[in-house]
Design a protein around this ligand. Structure first.
Ligand SMILES: Cc1cc2nc3c(=O)[nH]c(=O)nc-3n(C[C@H](O)[C@H](O)[C@H](O)COP(=O)(O)OP(=O)(O)OC[C@H]3O[C@@H](n4cnc5c(N)ncnc54)[C@H](O)[C@@H]3O)c2cc1C
Length: 361
């Protein structure tokens, strides 16, 4: 795989946070080599490999700063969710395309008034003849304008029916070309268009779009979030920057610099061991909500520290437009780092989950 990555045309410019950079053709090339959906059944286009083997590929992609976003959500969570909760028709239709790197997913969870408190979503699927009518707005939907499908989390049933915070919610696979679905760009502070606002106005989806059991979406989305939080991307998004800084320090005998690099490396190694353990638990079918929250929180702390430490260590200013790799990667990391403790669950929310999981509240 390292040889492939060294020679692939998409790898001329490794990036911080590469797993959030969309390159469909790159994902297709990975799919053709069996590196997407690796641990899915062969009958759905997978490779029937273990969670550990998949982790090796994930780590190599992250270590190289590969642009892997076009298949990342499908591989990490939408595919496993369909395997666990989806219908046979959904699996047969979608998984082979996902494993080929041809079919990308975005996540429709957050809304203008509902982020951390996901149970307060108000987008609704109302039952009608032959399917559902969707109404509402999703926000911060990464790559909605590029993905083929959304994994949508919303209320279901008629408005006003008795429903608790965690009941009466469901998941749907929504084709992004559905009439009544409108995508508007939201530009981030880097100036990139990855986020979107997605509105549904009487958008019809067929009955077959429902994933799993109607009304039981809370349990489903919680297991999806564990997949979203427990991957190596939660502590390796800035790995390319750290490697470049270590290169720049080669031959240094400055004890302060060596101590800082050693500290970051030992933290990285500990998180890697945690991630390996979580992959083992997932392989055994265990629930990993608490472990995933811990890994994501500790990973974000490390990832936000890396650019700060690198700034102390090297004589290079953060500059995204620079031809110098270290200055460019540092520039990317400084701008992106604040998002690491927001996306996939904020620091405070994760710490609430951890303290609850430990029985402290
Ligand atoms: C790079 C990036 C990509 C994203 N991609 C997607 C995507 O593809 N799809 C999607 O659905 N969403 C996406 N999001 C949105 C993300 O999931 C939300 O930003 C996140 O869940 C927080 O929600 P919020 O922004 O509404 O903040 P809020 O929930 O309003 O939180 C605001 C502040 O209040 C704190 N807070 C909230 N509740 C509590 C509490 N109970 N106790 C203590 N403090 C609390 C939070 O920690 C935070 O500091 C993305 C976000 C980022 C940054």
């Amino acid at each position: 795989m390292r040889e492939f990555l060294k020679n692939d045309p998409a790898m001329q410019r490794p990036r911080v946070n590469g797993w959030a950079v969309w390159d469909r053709e790159f994902s297709k090339r990975l799919g053709a080599r069996g590196w997407v959906g690796m641990n899915w059944p062969k009958m759905y286009g997978g490779g029937e490999r273990t969670a550990f083997e998949r982790l090796v590929v994930v780590e190599e992609l992250l270590a190289a700063g590969a642009p892997a976003s076009a298949h990342w959500i499908a591989d990490r969570q939408a595919g496993p969710m369909l395997l666990r909760f989806g219908s046979e028709a959904q699996r047969a239709e979608l998984l082979p395309k996902m494993a080929a790197g041809e079919c990308g997913f975005c996540l429709g969870m957050s809304e203008p008034d509902s982020g951390s408190d996901l149970a307060s979503v108000s987008t609704r699927a109302t039952p009608v003849d032959g399917g559902w009518l969707l109404n509402g707005t999703k926000l911060w939907t990464s790559h909605a304008h590029r993905a083929e499908y959304m994994m949508l989390f919303c209320r279901s049933g008629h408005s006003g029916e008795t429903e608790g915070r965690h009941s009466g919610v469901s998941q749907f696979v929504v084709d992004m070309r559905t009439p009544g679905l409108e995508i508007r760009p939201v530009y981030d502070q880097v100036g990139s268009h990855d986020f979107n606002e997605v509105t549904f106005t009487d958008a019809f989806v067929p009955e077959t779009a429902l994933v799993g059991e109607e009304g039981a979406g809370w349990r489903q989305v919680m297991s999806e979030l564990a997949l979203e939080r427990s991957g190596a991307e939660r502590f390796m998004s800035s790995f390319v920057l750290m490697r470049e800084a270590v290169r720049a320090l080669e031959g240094s005998t400055d004890p302060g610099a060596l101590r800082l690099v050693g500290r970051l490396t030992s933290h990285l190694w500990t998180l890697r061991n945690m991630s390996l353990s979580i992959a083992g638990l997932l392989q055994a079918g265990a629930s990993v909500d608490l472990e995933a929250a811990l890994l994501k929180d500790l990973g974000a702390v490390l990832e936000q520290e890396i650019p700060e430490v690198v700034r102390l260590l090297v004589d290079s200013a953060p500059m995204r437009a620079s031809e110098d790799a270290l200055a460019r990667l540092l520039g990317e990391a400084v701008l992106l780092a604040p998002t690491f403790s927001l996306r996939g669950g904020t620091r405070e929310v994760l710490r609430n989950i951890i303290s609850r999981g430990l029985g402290l509240r």
